[in-house]
Design a protein around this ligand. Structure first.
Ligand code: FMN
Length: 200
């Protein structure tokens, strides 16, 4: 009886330790639908850095996306240096939130490695990776927002220049990542009239 009680106490302590470690690292498990519905564009950050561990998790989620014929025509540039984040912001009129972000992920599409070497497939696949990244950011209680580079040629050229991205690679977007201030809220975009059951 004593042994059973001791075992139960030890088990309770162990699970408490795991839960508190998970909470500390922002790995608290959330329901998938909660994550999807609470994802929002976050444009207000506290300025705190984002841990390498969380960046690795986010990138792994990106590469778990579906991709035509499993070609995976994507690459990711991760920026954490303050100077580079500010440099990116200077040429991107709608990405000024980079100034307070802890990091940025630039999702790149690689037409040469895409199905049929198609830029369209590369951009579609890289977009799916981007959405996975945005959902992973939300799941970790961080914030992020897709800011456009492609298809604006001036912004694409700016991102290429700052990060040394070759001409045959398309920087699709710049996703600032950071700790949210809490100001940004999810929008309810559900509209029944957008759905056509069985026939348009
Ligand atoms: C292709 C694309 C380009 C976008 N470009 C920008 C941008 O340059 N700057 C920005 O702040 N948000 C940008 N957004 C985010 C949208 O404004 C945002 O997703 C939309 O307003 C819906 O809000 P929500 O993400 O909070 O649901 C972009 C989103 C997409 C999909």
């Amino acid at each position: 009886m004593k042994k059973t009680l001791l075992f139960a106490v030890m088990l309770a302590l162990a699970s408490q330790a795991v839960a508190s470690a998970a909470a500390k690292e922002g790995t608290k498990v959330k329901d998938t639908f909660d994550v999807i519905y609470s994802r929002k564009s976050v444009r207000n950050f506290t300025g705190e850095p984002v841990s390498r561990e969380n960046l690795d998790k986010i990138l792994k989620a990106g590469m778990a996306a579906p991709t035509a014929v499993n070609m995976q025509p994507w690459s990711f540039v991760v920026v954490t240096e303050r100077k580079k984040l500010d440099e990116l912001a200077s040429g991107l009129p709608y990405a000024k939130m980079l100034i307070k972000a802890g990091a940025a992920i630039i999702v790149c599409a690689e037409p040469k490695s895409a199905f049929e070497k198609s830029a369209d497939f590369a951009v579609i696949d890289a977009s799916l990776a981007s959405e996975n990244i945005l959902l992973a950011i939300e799941a970790l209680d961080l914030g992020g927002v897709w800011t456009a580079a492609y298809p604006d040629q001036v912004r694409v050229d700016h991102v290429r220049k700052v990060l040394g991205i070759p001409k045959d690679i398309i920087p699709l977007n710049v996703i600032p990542v950071g700790h949210p201030t809490g100001e940004d809220k999810p929008k309810d975009k559900f509209k029944k009239e957008k759905i056509h059951w069985e026939k348009w």
